[in-house]
Design a protein around this ligand. Structure first.
Ligand SMILES: C[S@@+](CC[C@H](N)C(=O)[O-])C[C@H]1O[C@@H](n2cnc3c(N)ncnc32)[C@H](O)[C@@H]1O
Ligand SMILES: Nc1nc2[nH]cc(C(=O)O)c2c(=O)[nH]1
Ligand code: SF4
Ligand SMILES: [Mg+2]
Length: 210
């Protein structure tokens, strides 16, 4: 299977429980909840996306013919350090492309594997860290995993509206955009009143990391 990748870069995980950890981010192109075109945003199911995932023109992006070649590019992006190898598959929606072949290929070169997903697609086996970020109006197929990271506020999707979910950790992430400051204050207050939820800040944006 070939893989269409928007960008491939080394950074620090900016969000959630693994924030601050060095990682290679493999951003797959394409999403099932928005075309990625601005002219479509107003009619998309997910309308608040902060990411360009269209095409293959980002840093390290491209079409990779097979799992071995993409795993090789991920390993080259990480560099020679052997310890704590960590790759985060994201997008776009990574579960449109991530498969057992790629999971096996990156594990074979020593990587711990994480995913950032909107929770609408069942993942293949073998992922070490599953971060699910539900979207209002989209079916939530994935109801368990390592962390649930809910962008807040979303119309018609409140933290306690998520029935029958079983995650190890629960995060609220202020929606970035014109109301970021107000949204951050709202998340802070919500977490003070509901202490099983924790604040997730997009720290990479604060320190100028991709
Ligand atoms: C760009 S998405 C890609 C992965 C997957 N499609 C998803 O939605 O989880 C990566 C993370 O950024 C979050 N995100 C997207 N737009 C955001 C925004 N405007 N403010 C805060 N977080 C945002 C998503 O909810 C998700 O947790
Ligand atoms: N540094 C950094 N951390 C991230 N955590 C989730 C991200 C994403 O876009 O999936 C992301 C990202 O784009 N950059
Ligand atoms: S589901 Fe994720 S990648 Fe798709 S539009 Fe929403 S935030 Fe962006
Ligand atoms: Mg991002």
């Amino acid at each position: 299977m070939s893989y269409i990748v928007k960008e491939l870069f080394k950074t620090l995980q900016g969000e959630g429980a693994q924030a601050g950890r060095a990682a290679v981010f493999c951003r797959f192109s394409g999403c099932n909840l928005w075309s990625g075109r601005e002219e479509d945003r107003h009619k998309a199911l997910c309308q608040f996306c902060d990411t360009d995932f269209v095409g293959t023109d980002g840093y390290g992006g491209g079409k990779f013919q097979d799992a071995a070649s993409l795993a090789g590019a991920i390993a080259a992006t990480w560099g020679k350090i052997e310890r704590n190898r960590y790759v985060v598959f994201t997008g776009g929606e990574p579960l449109l492309q991530l498969d057992t072949a790629l999971i096996g290929a990156v594990r074979a070169v020593g990587f711990e594997i994480a995913i950032e997903t909107n929770g609408t697609i069942e993942p293949p086996k073998g992922i070490d860290w599953i971060c699910v970020s539900p979207k209002a109006g989209a079916p939530l197929e994935l109801r368990s995993g390592s962390e649930l990271k809910l962008v807040y506020p979303q119309v018609d999707l409140f933290p306690d509206d998520l029935p029958d979910v079983h995650f190890d950790q629960y995060f609220l992430q202020p929606m970035d955009g014109p109301d970021r400051v107000r949204n951050t204050a709202a998340v802070t207050e919500f977490c003070l009143q509901n202490p099983h939820w924790r604040l997730s800040l997009q720290t990479h944006k604060m320190i100028g990391m991709p």
